[in-house]
Design a protein around this ligand. Structure first.
Ligand SMILES: *Cc1c(COP(=O)(O)O)cnc(C)c1O
Length: 372
């Protein structure tokens, strides 16, 4: 028997979430962002559900290869463009569209030998100061690209720094409009947060949006809005089982450092899940879990391979929780437990992080399954 921990991918939820994104962005085309191995879900596992997108956006050439191997003939966009000249050969061979965010990438294109010119997305640094040309050098970069025989259509791209927060998109949107005024080409500026919060505005959704986290059932602006607000569904469930039970008396401690001490008689379950599975070590006492579909909490430190949970709540709810019981670390309980939900955002908040980080960090030793 393998350890009982398993992650499940919910294809119907991926389909549903893609539809929800579409509802927010008018007639814009949608890039399904599948970087970081589809936010930890696995490109091969999400492909069928997300092939209703208009294209796939990612960073790694080998992930683009995998999408072509799956049979995807539509657009693929490299969000960071190429890293060295020979990457352009892969772009030519696989027909990849790529971002151009710096002069060095234009130099590489100018030296590239290709039969078919490349579709490129010229990136504006609208104030985030990560990748992209400053507004004052954007037009010169466009003109340089436009003069190259290696370049086909030029699209215009930007990334918001504050689409999920109180600052919103207004200032950077104005920067984009000014820097690109009069330039031809499709526009692509919005991530999930901008799409969900402001996507009704045609100036925000433009021609393409890049949706990542919303597809994967995590709210880009939790806790201001949870997945219920956006009508998104969890796409990944991390589940394990109880492999041991301890009865505690008042004063008994749990785990390394004796960080939890019982103040009344209680039972705890020891779960086959630890930080070596990708569960954050910081999620000690009080982080929500579902035991037999009933909400409870972690107790004590998270170990490498185990963590402890409080059996009080499920037993009070009439469940015979103990050895072998199902524990949901995030996502959905199994159908036998009513598919109760524990949004990944709630767990992430207890770990002082975001859903993105948890889903990307599920360890290689955790086996994956599919569950509609
Ligand atoms: C990751 C990424 C996205 C997707 O962001 P989400 O917040 O997950 O929707 C969009 N654009 C770029 C350039 C990215 O790197």
């Amino acid at each position: 028997m393998p350890r009982p921990i398993q992650a499940f991918i919910h294809s119907n939820a991926l389909r549903h979430n893609l539809q929800q994104v579409r509802h927010h962005v008018g007639d814009a085309k949608v890039w399904a962002v599948v970087k970081a191995n589809a936010y930890g879900h696995g490109i091969e596992r999400v492909y069928d559900a997300l092939r209703a997108a208009d294209g796939f956006a990612l960073l790694d050439l080998d992930e683009a290869e995998r999408l072509r191997a799956l049979g995807w003939r539509g657009p693929i966009l490299l969000l960071e463009g190429v890293f060295e000249p020979r990457d352009l050969e892969v772009c030519s061979r696989l027909g990849l569209w790529h971002a151009v965010h710096c002069e060095q990438q234009i130099d590489m294109l100018a030296a590239h030998k290709t039969h078919a010119p490349h579709r490129v997305f010229l990136k504006l640094n609208g104030g985030m100061n990560r990748l992209g040309f400053k507004p004052q050098s954007y037009r010169a970069a466009w003109a340089r690209l436009n003069a190259l025989p290696q370049v086909d259509e030029i699209s215009l791209m930007m990334h918001f720094s504050d689409a999920d927060g109180p600052a919103g998109v207004a200032a950077q949107l104005a920067t984009f409009e000014q820097a690109t005024q009069g330039l031809p080409g499709e526009r692509c500026i919005s991530n999930s947060a901008a799409s969900l919060r402001f996507g009704a505005d045609a100036r925000v959704h433009q021609d393409w949006v890049r949706a990542g986290i919303a597809l994967y059932g995590s709210s880009p602006n939790y806790p201001d809005a949870d997945i219920g607000t956006w009508n998104l569904r969890p796409t990944m469930s991390l589940r394990s089982r109880i492999i041991g039970v301890q009865a505690l008396q008042p004063g008994d401690a749990v785990g390394y450092g004796s960080r939890f001490v019982a103040d009344a008689p209680m039972h705890i379950g020891v779960v086959a899940c630890g930080y070596a599975d990708g569960y954050p070590r910081i999620c000690d006492t009080g982080t929500p879990v579902l035991i037999d579909g009933v909400r409870s909490r972690t107790v004590g430190r998270i170990s490498m391979d185990m963590l402890a949970v409080d059996l009080t709540a499920p037993r009070a709810a009439g469940k015979a929780s103990g050895f072998g019981s199902e524990v949901v670390l995030w996502g959905l309980a199994s159908a036998a437990h009513g598919a109760a939900a524990l949004p990944i955002d709630e767990v992430a908040a207890h770990g002082q992080t975001v859903g993105y980080e948890l889903m990307c960090a599920v360890a290689a030793r955790v086996p994956f399954g599919q569950e509609c």
